[in-house]
Every structure is written in C-alpha cells, then in structure tokens.
Design a protein around this ligand. Structure first.
Ligand code: FMN
Length: 364
C-alpha cells in the first residue's frame, strides 16, 4: 500500500527515467546501509517456503519470481533488490564497453494499458565496471544472472566477440548467464536469432563458456532470451537450433514491437512494449517452446505478469521460473508478497504440493 498510495503518485508525476534512477539510488543506499537490507526484508521480503523454492541450474531459488533484466543494468542495487522478495535477479544487459544508449526521452509510461515503452538501447557502464560492483558484494542471498549483449557499434558478424568478452570479464561473478539477442533497441540485434547467425553465435559463446569453466574450475549455465515477435515457424527453427546448442534454457520473452490493443498516445513512440499487452503472446511462446522440447529445456517466463494468476499461467504453460519488470513499476515491491501468497494458493487449488508439479501441467 505504501508504494501505491504514497510513492507511485509521486514517481508517476516525474519523468520515468528520473524516477527509475531514484529507485535504483534508493535501493543502492538502503542495501549498503547497516540494517538496511533487514529493514527492506521486514517490509517487502518473502519467507521461503518448501512448495515454491526451486532448484535448477545447480542453484537454489528461494522463490520462483525474479527481477527481469534492464532495471539494474549496472548491478548497482543487487543487495536492495535481493531483499524485497525476489527469488533471483538479472543484472544488465551489459556490453563489453560502456555506452550511453539512445537519446532521451527513451522510456514512456502507458498507464491505461498497464505498459511501458522503452528504447533505452543498452545504456550501461560496461563489463569491467559491472565486474567491480559484483566482486565487491559482501554476500549473496539469491542467484544473480548476468545478461550480456553487444555494443551498438559492433557489427553482427563480430557480435560473438562482444558476448565472449562479457563472459571473460564477468564469468566469476554471475551465478548464471543470459544471452540477449532479442532487444528491439539495438539495430539488427534480433537478426542474430535466425539460421546460421544463431547457430554460429551460440557455438562461439559455448566455446567461451567451456574455456571459462576450465580456467575458473566451475561450469555455469547460460540461457538465451528470445523475442515474442517471431512467426511460429521461425520460433520452431530457433528452438530446434537452441535445443542442440548446449545452452541450458530459454527466457521467453523480451519486449514486443507490436502495438495491438494499445490506447495511450505514447504507443506512437519507437521501442519495445512491456507489461499487460505482452502477457498472452509471451505465454504462447512459452507453451510452444515447452511442447516442442517436451519440457527438456527449462524456460524462464517473462512478459506481463502482474498477478499470481498471470505467473501461474506461465508456469502451467511450461515456465520453471518467472520474472517481472513492469509490474514492479506499477505495483511496487508489495507485488512479490502477493505473487508468492497467490501462487501457493493456486498450487493448493490444483492439488500440487510443489511448484515443479505445475510446470507444463497444461500439456498433460
Ligand atoms: N531485457 C533485457 O534482456 N535487457 C535489457 O537491458 C532490458 N531492458 C529493459 C528496459 C526497460 C525499461 C524495460 C521495461 C524492459 C527491459 N527489458 C530488458 C525487458 C524485460 O527484462 C522483460 O523481459 C520485459 O519487460 C517483459 O517483462 P514485463 O512485462 O514484466 O516487464
């Protein structure tokens, strides 16, 4: 209630990006202050329960709801985000070199559509800066995934070098990794999702993962995040290629360039839409990936989750974990307790004693 009644009315009067920096700054300060994480935990934390804790990728996820990529692009507030009820978080997208991203304004709210539109363009401080921040963390309470991308100036033919460089700099610090080839805001990035470009990129990335595993003495998992704006045939080919590539899972999906059903005038801006309008398509993609792979490739569901029913829909469609971004902006950190309690109730309703029993239940 505190967020919805007090903070949100103030934030929503501000420029969206300024509000964003205020949140990150606040969570950074709270997270690094003595007693700060404890206070956040007591206000917004979620107690781990046996029915919702997930073990996957050799990691323990205290809850199945994570923070999606793009909010903490520089890993500036990991301790803060770890204390408000998330079961894991992604940091990034990070690129090898820092870059400013697109010109502002580049983030827009569409309140009646419960959506955000962004064309940030991978604004971030670069892999080295992120490595320093992650290495300075005192302790970790949830898995932290590093979401990696390519610099805007790097041509697609050389994109693999950027992903490899990110892995070289960040391998010790990520609990797992996400290859972002699905942002609509880096020119031509999404072309890396198709055909030989995809196979060759992932082969190079897997080669680097093997080398890093050897020199670091520990193998880690890497997932690929895909776009919702692909035809079902394209999706099928993509999943075929990814299923044999050695990656550990798929994140479905990133934002959409579609504008269907939107009412707010900001829909005319260029960029990717997140939130409510993305819900149905991202669930459909999850469902298709699960069916095609027979549930053998773990899926993290992302897109338009506001309620426990939204999260559960994605889990039943085939997601082992889910993540949110836009709901956090519209609903505040209180959203995590609601999702957690609601998911437990839905599991009980369906007679499941553990969330893993619900994963892909719609296909059985
Ligand atoms: N996804 C990425 O993989 N990398 C990013 O850097 C990234 N930046 C984002 C920035 C903004 C402002 C928003 C709204 C989304 C961004 N995303 C990024 C996509 C989210 O991680 C998420 O997949 C998407 O918003 C759908 O989830 P949601 O409907 O819960 O927001």
């Amino acid at each position: 209630m505190l967020y919805r009644n007090v903070a949100k009315p103030i934030f929503f009067k501000m420029d969206p990006e300024k509000a964003h920096h205020l949140v990150i700054g606040g969570l950074h300060t709270a997270g690094s202050m003595p007693g700060g994480t404890g206070l956040l935990q007591s206000m917004y934390g979620v107690s781990e329960t046996q029915d919702l804790a997930v073990d996957l990728f050799g990691l323990h996820f205290p809850t199945p709801v994570g923070l999606a990529a793009g909010l903490d692009k520089n890993a500036a507030a990991v301790e803060g985000f770890s204390s408000i009820g998330f079961g894991f978080m992604e940091v990034g997208t990070v690129t090898p070199k820092g870059q400013p991203g697109n010109d502002q304004p580049r983030l827009f709210r569409l309140p009646p559509d419960e959506a955000l539109l962004n064309r940030m363009g991978f604004n971030n401080e670069g892999a080295e800066a992120m490595a320093q921040k992650l290495s300075a963390l005192k302790s970790r309470t949830i898995p932290v995934a590093v979401n990696i991308g390519k610099n805007k100036v790097t041509p697609n033919e050389e994109a693999y070098k950027d992903y490899q460089e990110c892995l070289r700099k960040l391998y010790p610090y990520g609990d797992f990794f996400v290859v972002n080839i699905s942002s609509p805001n880096t020119p031509d990035l999404r072309n890396l999702q198709y055909g030989s470009e995809l196979s060759s990129l992932i082969a190079h990335i897997m080669e680097e993962m093997r080398q890093q595993a050897q020199s670091f003495g520990k193998s880690k998992h890497i997932l690929v995040k895909i776009a919702p704006d692909v035809s079902n045939e394209e999706l099928e080919m993509m999943v075929d290629a990814l299923a044999v590539s050695g990656i550990s899972g798929i994140i479905a999906t990133n934002t959409t360039i579609g504008r269907e059903g939107l009412t707010h005038p900001n829909k005319k801006e260029t960029g990717g839409i997140s939130g409510r309008p993305l819900r149905a398509r991202s669930t459909e993609v999850i469902s298709r990936v699960y069916r095609q792979t027979g549930g053998t490739l773990p899926i993290i569901g992302s897109g338009g989750i506001f309620t426990a029913a939204d999260a559960y829909e994605k889990i039943r469609a085939g997601a082992s974990l889910v993540e949110i971004y836009t709901a956090l902006i519209y609903e505040g950190p209180e959203v995590n307790r609601r999702l957690h309690a609601g998911l437990r109730e839905l599991l009980r309703r369906d007679g499941f004693s553990h969330i893993s029993e619900a994963v892909g239940a719609d296909h059985r």
